[in-house]
Design a protein around this ligand. Structure first.
Ligand code: PLP
Length: 401
């Protein structure tokens, strides 16, 4: 079955125009197989997992745990107990920032992030630093959007406790050299957390090859439902880190005097998880594997190159993020037009883009701009849709002068 026709939502009109969905970095649309998996769960399998002694609970538990193994294979983790299900990237990073900091970060210590992080890989570390009297240090990037690894080398010192960087910038599209960053950090015995929110749907991710210590991502940006995410952590860290939340399922024994905790990964999965969404994630992984990550990457690269070429033909365009290695995100400004005005006019023509700071205000400050217009592509997008965007920009440009 052809890729696009698996996505029912795309086949509609908005304001009497065919929908062009270019807001995939915010969330991807879902194939019918994912919608069906959710529906099947709630119509045939719904029950609480791990605790019930009945047929439905056993079936749901098996399906949930099979998805954990599918995620393990997807990112090539050593063991399935290194895969913790969360609500998304934000919760995954908060989990690590909170729990890791409690165990390893103290007065005068330092945490390094990059200047191109999403707020969800900045604020949890700021909170942790405030709580423990530590300081945040920042890796700068060049005008093209390339991280300065020499600066990273200079920033790391004996007080550095962790480096937290994204694999791909949601605003600039830059693919960061994670293996090199890990090599530098590990040579100082410093672990690395990778925010993989914008990488996981665009490229093969191998946490052993990257050698990172934590890898976080959201299901909804990789064709899965909202409400499920993953925190991969190397077993040796997860064993030592304290629980993030207390509640059911994460305990071994509870008395009023003392509680002992469950084994991994359950120590970090307090309460009832979003089982249906996890099964939806399994269907999304199946979709990506059937489509082929190479096919996905090739299609997205072609669209990005094609759209970039077309945009550069405008004489008043500025593209932010021109790193040699980038994914299918194009952030731009058209003349002096406010990005919000461009986005609103495009919307009326049926084209969904994102405008604003994209939860990366430090990037906007770096360039001295209020925000950008961001078009981001997924495997189901087409050249014809890029042509529609370009024609629309030509039409609205004179209105915004
Ligand atoms: N990190 C990056 C790079 C992102 O692009 C996003 C979402 O846009 C997040 C983290 C947060 O993801 P979520 O809102 O799914 O938790």
């Amino acid at each position: 079955m052809d890729i696009r026709s698996q996505f029912p939502l795309l086949n509609q009109t908005v304001y009497n125009k065919p929908l062009v969905y270019f807001d995939n970095a915010a969330t991807t649309q879902k194939p019918q197989s994912v919608v069906d998996a959710l529906c099947r769960y709630y119509t045939t399998l719904n029950s609480n997992i791990h605790r019930g002694a009945h047929y439905l609970a056993a079936q749901a538990t098996e399906a949930y745990e099979n998805t954990r193994k599918a995620v393990q294979r997807l990112i090539n983790a050593r063991q399935s107990n290194e895969i913790v299900f969360t609500r998304g990237t934000t919760e995954s990073i908060n989990l690590v920032a909170s729990s890791f900091a409690q165990r390893y970060i103290g007065e005068g210590d330092e945490v390094i992030v990059s200047a191109m992080e999403h707020h969800s890989n900045i604020v949890p570390w700021q909170l942790a630093c405030e709580r423990h009297g530590a300081h945040l240090r920042v890796i700068p990037f060049s005008d093209e959007g390339v991280l300065d690894l020499v600066a990273l080398e200079q920033l790391i010192n004996e007080r550095t406790r962790i480096v937290a960087v994204n694999h791909v910038s949601n605003t600039l599209g830059t693919i960061n050299p994670i293996a090199d960053i890990v090599r530098i950090a590990h040579s100082h015995q410093v672990p690395v957390l990778v925010d993989g929110a914008q990488a996981i749907s665009h490229m093969a991710v191998d946490v052993q090859a990257l050698d990172c210590d934590f890898y976080c991502f959201s299901g909804h940006k990789m064709y899965a439902p909202m409400g499920v995410g993953v925190m991969y952590g190397r077993e040796k860290w997860l064993e030592e880190m304290p629980p993030y939340q207390g509640g059911g399922e994460m305990i071994k024994d509870v008395t009023f005097e003392r509680t002992t905790y469950n084994e991994l990964p359950f120590k970090f999965e307090a309460g009832t998880p979003s089982v249906g969404d996890v099964l939806g994630l399994q269907a999304a992984i199946d979709f990506m594997q059937q489509t082929g990550i190479d096919t996905i990457a090739r299609q997205e690269q072609e669209l990005t190159d094609y759209a970039t070429r077309q945009l550069l033909e405008f004489d008043n365009i500025r593209i932010f993020g021109t790193a040699p290695h980038k994914t299918s995100v194009i952030s731009f400004l058209l003349g002096n037009a406010h990005p919000y005005d461009v986005g609103t006019l495009l919307d009326k023509l049926g084209i969904a883009v994102r405008t604003g700071h994209h939860c990366t205000q430090p990037i906007m400050d770096r360039y001295g701009i209020p925000g950008t217009v961001r078009a981001s592509f997924a495997v189901y997008n087409t050249r014809e849709e890029v042509d529609i965007l370009i024609a629309a920009l030509r039409r609205i440009a004179p209105m915004l002068d």
